[in-house]
Design a binder for this molecule. Structure first.
Ligand SMILES: Cc1cc2nc3c(=O)[nH]c(=O)nc-3n(C[C@H](O)[C@H](O)[C@H](O)COP(=O)(O)OP(=O)(O)OC[C@H]3O[C@@H](n4cnc5c(N)ncnc54)[C@H](O)[C@@H]3O)c2cc1C
Length: 502
């Protein structure tokens, strides 16, 4: 078996570590921060506890698979609760719409707002189901970089394959697909927001990503008791039991490549030799900053743009807002204006959509009694030249709080705040070493290629594997976890098959 060095302990890195250790490899995780878990970090101060990054957990089966690799039952490590409603949506016109956890109930709630859209929602979900199924069969659980890796069209051309290719609707965007079935702009806006899980515009992302709606509606939205932070904690424990060596405070500055093979990593002047290396650092920055040379030129010729970034306000309130659900969206007045600002013009939206997590609905201990640990996230452009968030934040904080007052019945929020911290795109950039402050790796724009990300088995450097939100299959908790599993599985296949390794 191989000795493996993993650079970074985000969810992708931790999933790769546990999977590799379960298959008998000797694993060392090198993490620059003093905590494990990357963006799935926690802020715990003055009686308030906040998840700092991800708050919505979907597709727990991905996590289950990592535990089952080691013959473990995830339930012994994590206490997951299914949430219903999944989201509560607030609109500028005063409408409040719950996205129910059950598809039938969701269709009825939508029908109460817009009768013709009840059937439209069911049609949309049938398409989403088909797209999710095609993704499951061709796209997930293996290293994929482009269409050639998904279906071997020459060998397998059959009516069934053709029908799968047609199902991908490669000529259409997410927004175009939703528009086909849904009339009411409020329902359109809610469904378009599924694509925000990958930090991209519905106007530019391929229709195949409508499958995300099924992954949430079909499999539920979950909350781990202890917050989403409980996920890296559980994975770390699993890895420890399997013998993973975790080292924090180790900032890797380069990967040594000799004769096209990854041989060693360098951190703080120390050279550590491994048979194989997994990078959980952003994929572009891995090639650009850790490797360079021809490998970077080969990788970097494809234009790769960061997905969106965001501002988070962590607000400790002395009085709770009882009208909030666990997950809430306070939608912008005009989604086109919002998406154009963030994705085309590279400036914060003048009237943004704010996502609010109020986890006290599910776990009282996150705030002092009667209080609220409110997490408010607004998507912003990824960092552009001239963005100075130390100057931009005060004004944008005002814009966000005004929005909550106007559209979500929280006009007195300033009076309730007793604790406040913030996270800006620059903080995200510096804390996690991502590309241009991106929350969700690389943007998914382009009707044909938008869903493809760099594959998990490097095409440029042998014995190098990529895991994390900027590698295949993409960002978000379940996808980052799956990327770690795929990187580990690809590495294991190569290590155990002489043909592939030589
Ligand atoms: C504010 C916010 C909200 C989000 N909300 C959600 C949500 O609700 N639901 C959801 O599913 N997803 C959400 N996400 C996205 C999700 O958090 C990420 O997709 C996922 O956690 C990324 O995991 P990763 O494996 O890419 O690693 P990351 O979390 O990016 O971690 C990478 C790790 O590598 C380390 N590292 C990098 N370079 C080096 C180096 N050279 N040497 C040593 N260590 C290094 C970093 O310090 C970091 O710890 C959110 C993210 C943020 C920031």
């Amino acid at each position: 078996m191989s000795s493996v060095g993993i650079i970074g302990s985000g969810l992708g890195g931790l999933a790769a570590a546990a999977t590799l250790a379960a298959r008998g490899h000797k694993v060392t995780v090198l993490e620059k921060n003093d905590w494990l878990g990357g963006k799935a970090a926690e802020l715990n101060e003055e009686g308030f506890r906040f998840d700092m990054g991800p708050t919505i957990l979907t597709m727990p089966r991905v996590l289950e698979r990592v535990f089952s690799e080691a013959g473990r039952d995830m339930a012994d490590y994590l206490d997951l609760r299914r949430l219903d409603p999944q989201w509560r949506c607030f609109y500028d016109d005063g409408t409040v719409l719950d996205l129910k956890g059950d598809k039938g109930a969701a269709a009825r709630a939508i029908g109460a707002l817009s009768p013709e859209d009840a059937a439209g929602f069911e049609r949309f979900m049938a398409v989403a189901n088909r797209l999710s199924d095609v993704s499951d069969r061709f796209f997930f659980w293996r290293s994929v970089e482009d269409l050639r890796d998904t279906m071997n069209l020459k060998q397998n051309m059959s009516l069934a394959t053709l029908s799968d290719v047609m199902a991908l609707r490669m000529h259409r965007t997410v927004a175009g697909q939703i528009k086909k079935d849904i009339r009411d702009p409020r329902v359109v806006q809610m469904l378009e927001h599924f694509i925000q899980y990958v930090g991209s515009s519905p106007l530019a992302s391929p229709a195949v990503l409508c499958g995300i709606a099924q992954m949430q509606m079909g499999e539920g939205v979950w909350y781990p008791i202890g917050g989403t932070r409980a996920v890296p904690t559980a994975l770390t424990r699993l890895g420890e039991e399997l013998g993973v060596d975790y080292r924090t405070g180790v900032d890797v500055s380069s990967i040594e490549v000799e004769n096209g093979r990854a041989m060693a990593v360098i951190a703080d002047g120390e050279r550590m030799v491994f048979d194989k290396v997994v990078s959980n650092m952003d994929s572009v920055r891995t090639y650009r900053e850790l490797i360079g040379g021809k490998a970077w030129r080969d990788f970097g010729h494809a234009k790769r743009e960061a997905a969106c970034s965001g501002v988070v306000l962590y607000l400790g309130l002395d009085r709770a807002y009882d009208h909030l659900a666990h997950h809430n969206f306070v939608f912008s007045r005009d989604p086109k204006e919002e998406f154009r600002a963030i994705y085309d013009e590279g400036r914060p939206a003048p009237d943004p959509t704010a996502y609010i997590a109020a986890p006290a609905r599910t776990e009282a201990g996150v705030a002092p009694e009667g209080g609220e640990a409110l997490y408010v996230l607004v998507h912003t452009p990824h960092l552009r030249p001239g963005h100075d968030w130390s100057k931009m934040l005060p004004e944008y904080r005002r814009t966000i709080l005004d929005k909550l007052g106007r559209a979500a019945g929280m006009g007195d929020i300033e009076e309730r705040i007793v604790f406040e911290r913030t996270l800006t795109p620059q903080d995200i950039h510096d804390r996690y070493k991502v590309l241009d402050g991106a929350i969700y790796g690389l943007v998914s724009h382009g009707r044909m290629n938008g869903a493809f990300k760099p594959g998990n088995r490097s095409r440029q450097v042998r014995d190098l594997y990529l895991a994390g939100g900027s590698a295949h299959p993409g960002p978000g908790m379940p996808m980052a976890l799956m990327s770690g599993w795929i990187a580990a599985d690809s590495l294991h296949q190569d290590a155990t098959s002489n043909v592939a390794a030589e």
